[in-house]
Design a protein around this ligand. Structure first.
Ligand SMILES: [Zn+2]
Length: 120
């Protein structure tokens, strides 16, 4: 491919600075995102083009009338064009199942956002 188009995935996040040729990339491939968005901390990046994000949230306990902290881990696909490190706060969007445990794709790195053209 000589000139590649960057798709607007419709979530309002700026596309990554780099361009990749991964077919499972929502910006440069054929992957479509739909459904919910998750925000969490990337806690593991040991898999090939995939990682694990940890989400912490509060759940209200009716009987004791207070909140308890809950946490859950979600496996996400990491397209090669998005730079992330463990510890980064990232946003993942729901997509079709990519593998047995992965149905989310990383779309934005809040800790290291892509530099926008034209500034803001
Ligand atoms: Zn890409």
């Amino acid at each position: 491919m000589s000139k590649q188009k960057v798709k607007d995935i419709g979530l309002g996040y700026p596309p990554p600075e780099r361009v990749c040729e991964d077919r499972n990339c929502p910006y440069h491939g054929h992957l479509k995102v739909r459904g919910i968005l998750l925000e969490g901390v990337l806690v593991s990046k040991k898999m090939d083009k995939a990682g694990v994000i940890l989400r912490e949230y509060l759940h209200y306990d009716k009987k004791y009338q207070r909140y308890e902290r809950r946490r859950s881990k979600v496996s996400v696909y990491i397209p090669p064009c998005i730079d992330v490190r463990e510890g980064d706060i990232v946003v993942a969007a729901e997509t079709r199942p990519i593998s047995k445990t992965i149905a989310f794709v990383l779309v934005y790195n809040k800790s290291n956002p892509p530099k926008k053209k034209g500034g803001e």
